[in-house]
Design a protein around this ligand. Sequence first.
Ligand SMILES: [Fe+2]
Ligand SMILES: [Fe+2]
Length: 271
Amino acid sequence: MRILFIGDVMGRSGREALEAYLPGLRRRYDVDVVIVNAENAAHGRGPTAKICKELFSLGVDCITGGDHIWDQREILSYIHGEKRLLRPLNFPKDSPGQGSYHHRLADGRTVLIVHVVGRYGMKPVDDPFAAAEALSRANPLGGAIHALFVDAHMEMTSEKTAFGHFMDGKASAVLGSHTHVPTADARILPGGTAYQSDVGMTGDYDSVIGSKKEEPIQRFTRHMTLGHFVPAEGPGTLCGAVVETDDRTGRARAIVPVREGGVLSESLPAL
Ligand SMILES: [Fe+2]
Ligand SMILES: [Fe+2]
């Protein structure tokens, strides 16, 4: 099974890059499943119902909402009727929505998609390690599911790497999001789990992690907040990774990072 995961779609630049490059990537890599983190899709603040519908109409199979999932109030009711939109699994138990989704392909194969957030440099949440482990124990690789994918939405590379190794052999892939910067550590871990600390943002990189540069720079230099973060509006780069898994064992065979468009160097390696 070939899974394409696309990192944090940021504002209009991110949405336009996704629309422009997703069809070509699907063809190039013969992708079976598309998962997109959309926590910044609506002008930097969460997804809206309209944006979710647009993403699904582009062929996205599952959307992860990150720590910004509730930024738009309408999502609280929308998520009740849309199981393909995930909030983090380790949010409080009474949170609306679900943190995992069983996706069935047209040919009958299934992939369990899981979304967790980290606990370091982020708001307090339940233990992502325990939450993911419990779910993987109930859905072991090589059992009824053909693949288990985790979007590890975390700030710290140390927490992400520890989580990746902790899930090694339990998940087909643990791919990171949230930091908006792609990392060069995509690899298969010893137990067969594809791993990358962060697949990067999908948006305009002539920015400070997706926002226009002026406001964040003056916050650092003057310790003053004069305005709001506003998404940068230049051409966006689509950032993600494609993972190929073995349908019988659920383990990963290969992972390639992909980048297309905008100011970042292009990366479209053969798989
Ligand atoms: Fe983000
Ligand atoms: Fe985030």
